[in-house]
Design a binder for this molecule. Structure first.
Ligand SMILES: *Cc1c(COP(=O)(O)O)cnc(C)c1O
Length: 370
């Protein structure tokens, strides 16, 4: 029986690139009774979630809602609603998720230009400035926290280059939201998306997004229908806003209970405290890693607190160590991707996971295994 497999699941300390550890109030919320998705009590929860997300995303954008689907659905939604065939799009790429954006935009037959930067280093603002002087774009897209490398991109500085232009600014905040500041309004971000299983510490399944008024205008000015029915915001808006909530698709009700509780946990601790805890835990980890004689991949100053790339020491067996961590210590860490495969480990300190006792547990295990 499948139940037998479920009964074998022991809690794993999730220190990879997501999912992260889920706190008890979220598990409790997920198991509350399922009610109708047009029940007024459920609509009240939807309204609360919108407000919580506006707070965490630091935005007054009315269209700030969780979409059904993981972070990639958020990415797809931003592009599919804003791009029409032939639209000029600039993507700033320095890792897997920038690469995914390129794929998504190309499938929509956008006219995609890519500025590529070395993996493990940030987007160079001056290079973006030069590119923008050559050509104007409908959309400029960047990943705030590049989970594949552990690099923080200068989204605030890039936003200043776009001031006064007609370009829409599209920002991936899947890994950053809930771990570092996401300043949607200050950055004048027009389309921003995230996911639940990174620093929000809710299981995967929802993609919070926020669209500015400018982005909504661009959506309304489309000459063609949004080519994806499920993620078409022109219809989804009618389910999440207004007096008469029209059925579009059945919301994943219990997942939304979970998100409601997860956001409550964050806001209850206080955003500033949560960000400070991520920073302190990250610094504690870096010190411990260096004490073990290991080195960090990314330069200080541009390191993400929630995703720590560590160079695999010479002679160490990447896969054997990750397997032993899981089997013997119930700890999951992430492998390197793309050009960094086999070269780095990715240690996540996301959301509820970002605690010194978890770092101690990992460092003890690594010490024994190395
Ligand atoms: C995880 C991640 C995604 C994709 O999210 P999924 O939930 O895996 O679909 C997109 N962008 C970044 C930066 C991520 O870390």
């Amino acid at each position: 029986m499948s139940k037998d497999i479920l009964n074998t699941l022991s809690p794993t300390l999730l220190m990879g690139p997501g999912p992260s550890c889920v706190p008890d109030p979220v598990y409790e919320a997920l198991s509350k009774p399922t009610i109708g998705h047009l029940d007024s009590r459920f609509i009240a929860i939807m309204d609360e979630i919108k407000k919580q997300l506006q707070t965490l995303m630091q935005t007054g954008n009315k269209l700030t809602i969780p979409l059904s689907g993981t972070g990639s659905a958020g990415m797809e939604a931003c592009f599919v609603n804003l791009v029409e065939a032939g639209d000029p799009v600039l993507i700033l790429k320095n890792g897997v998720f920038g690469m995914r954006m390129v794929d998504v935009a190309q499938r929509l037959r956008a006219d995609v230009d890519v500025l590529e930067f070395e993996w493990g280093t940030p987007v160079i603002v001056d290079a973006v400035k030069e590119k923008l002087a050559e050509k104007s774009y409908k959309i400029v897209a960047v990943v705030h926290a590049e989970t594949s490398t552990g690099v923080m991109n200068p989204v605030g500085e890039i936003s200043r280059l776009l001031e006064g232009s007609d370009s829409l600014y599209l920002v991936d905040c899947v890994t950053s939201l809930g771990g570092i500041e996401v300043r949607t309004d200050d950055w004048k971000a027009d389309a921003l998306y995230s996911g639940t299983q990174k620093c929000i510490s809710c299981p995967p399944g929802l993609a919070p997004i926020s669209f500015s008024d400018r982005a909504i205008e661009a959506l309304k000015a489309r000459k063609t229908k949004v080519p994806n029915w499920y993620l078409d915001l022109t219809m989804i808006i009618n389910y999440w806003e207004g007096a008469s909530r029209a059925y579009h698709h059945t919301a994943p009700i219990n997942m939304l209970y979970g998100l409601y509780a997860a956001l409550d946990v964050i806001l209850d601790e206080g955003m500033e405290n949560v960000f400070a805890r991520h920073k302190e835990t990250h610094e504690y980890l870096v010190k411990g890693i260096e004490n073990l004689g290991l080195t960090m991949t990314v330069s200080p100053g541009i390191r993400l607190p929630m995703l720590n790339a560590v160079n695999i020491p010479e002679g160490a067996d990447d896969e054997a160590i990750r397997t032993a961590l899981i089997r013997e210590y119930d700890i999951e860490i992430g492998a390197g991707l793309g050009p960094l495969a086999g070269k780095i480990w990715r240690i996540g300190l996301m959301g509820h996971t970002a605690r010194k006792e978890n770092v101690d547990r990992l460092l003890d295990a690594l010490k024994a295994l190395l």
